[in-house]
Design a protein around this ligand. Structure first.
Ligand code: FES
Ligand SMILES: [Fe+2]
Length: 395
């Protein structure tokens, strides 16, 4: 199966070997084909709560550095990482109204990147052509989305399912491996009974599933069938999003299953951030107590040794994953260890795929096709950006 599937992956990108095609998906800088492809979409780069009014932060996404700041009106803006004068990092400057002033010699820029003041220059000096790059930015559902591409951005992110009553939480984590490993992981349910024992996912772990996959107008759906006929689905929304529902039975206030939506956003080619939205069905009466328990859980996790450090220790042989089964973030720790255990950037030229990798193969085949379109300057697929209905073992 591997050979036939591999051949179908290799064909689309012109004159590339299979290994080169797969490696191309992992490189996302501005001058790479995958980087240009990803730059056609909005990507979250910060949680809204991480950026108070009047603050500026340095951000790195897709190998590109930028400055994100929140003006005094409360609106957030994104401009270049460095000042046009002598290259100081703008995030250490000060926010004034909707502008940002460089720390070093006080040059001031508006949200569109135009230099509006150079205090040490004579008033006669022309600043007409001085401009730094600015990026379209949208704040939505507790996330700050930036468009890093050229030209007009696509339609703003819009997910009505996450705007309905209930509790919506946004969170993020950093993982020290290439983003594509985590993207593949999201449509690889065969890992659940091994990586995620003793977690919420145990409701699905009574049997190893059989995996199948199919392309859809938004990307692909991975279907996992258990021997008793029950199915569970996970969806990849092209190019780098994952959505599914999961059992949230560890909190009594949550009714039914929880909707999960995430983005795998490369920081650079060795590190990525996942931005997560979780919608919990909680009735208004239980909302305050539920939020309190969630805050407590976050504090508990924050007081523990950092998850990535723990994962590093496990990878170095100093401990075992199961030694940390009582951590509230044990589920994420399992993924951290498993994905980093593939290497920082998995060498896909030496892998041996099987039937259970059907969704991973389909994801790569779609990606290869889209990158081939980018290279041949034809139009890539116009994906629908919407949350599909999910079949789960609950239904
Ligand atoms: S380096 Fe920014 S004002 Fe001089
Ligand atoms: Fe996982």
């Amino acid at each position: 199966m591997q050979t036939a599937e591999a051949a179908s992956v290799a064909k689309p990108v012109q004159s590339a070997t299979r290994a080169e095609t797969l490696a191309a998906m992992t490189r996302t800088g501005p001058d790479t084909v995958a980087g240009r492809y990803l730059r056609r979409f909005w990507h979250p780069v910060l949680l809204a709560q991480e950026l108070p009014v009047g603050r500026a932060l340095p951000v790195q996404a897709l190998g590109e550095e930028l400055t994100v700041y929140r003006g005094e009106s409360g609106e957030a803006h994104a401009v270049a990482h460095r000042c046009a004068h002598r290259g100081a990092q703008l995030s250490v400057g000060t926010v004034e109204g909707e502008t940002i002033r460089c720390l070093y010699h006080g040059w001031r820029y508006d949200a569109a990147g135009a230099c509006t003041q150079r205090p040490a220059e004579p008033p006669s000096a022309s600043r007409a052509t001085i401009r730094i790059r600015s990026y379209p930015l949208v704040e939505y559902l507790g996330l700050l989305f930036v468009f890093l591409g050229e030209g007009d951005p696509p339609a703003r992110p819009h997910f009505p399912e996450l705007e309905r009553a209930g509790v919506l939480e946004s969170s993020s984590y950093l993982r020290h491996c290439n983003y594509f490993q985590n993207l593949e992981n999201g449509v690889d349910e065969a890992h659940l009974p091994f990586v995620h024992r003793q977690t919420l996912f145990d409701v699905l772990n009574y049997a190893v599933p059989e995996i199948s996959a199919r392309e859809t107008p938004y990307g692909l759906v991975q279907t996992a069938r258990r021997p008793d006929g029950r199915v569970n689905e996970a969806h990849c929304l092209m190019p780098n999003m994952l959505t599914f529902v999961y059992p949230a039975s560890d909190d009594p206030a949550v009714q039914g299953w929880t909707r999960y939506l995430s983005w795998r956003v490369p920081v650079d080619d060795h590190t990525h951030k996942t931005f997560i939205l979780e919608h919990f069905d909680v009735c208004p009466d239980s909302e305050a107590s539920f939020r309190g328990r969630r805050a407590q859980r976050r504090e508990q996790i924050a007081a523990l040794p950092a998850r990535s450090e723990v994962a590093s220790g496990i990878l170095a042989g100093k401990a075992r994953l199961q030694d940390y089964a009582d951590r509230p973030d044990y589920l994420l720790l399992g993924d951290d260890v498993a994905q980093r255990a593939q290497g920082v950037v998995q060498d896909r030229s030496v892998e041996r795929l099987g039937r259970s990798d059907a969704a991973v193969l389909l994801l790569r085949r779609i990606w290869a096709r889209e990158l081939a379109a980018m290279e041949s300057r034809s139009e890539p697929t116009a994906w629908e950006c919407r949350i599909p209905l999910s079949r789960t073992s609950e239904s």
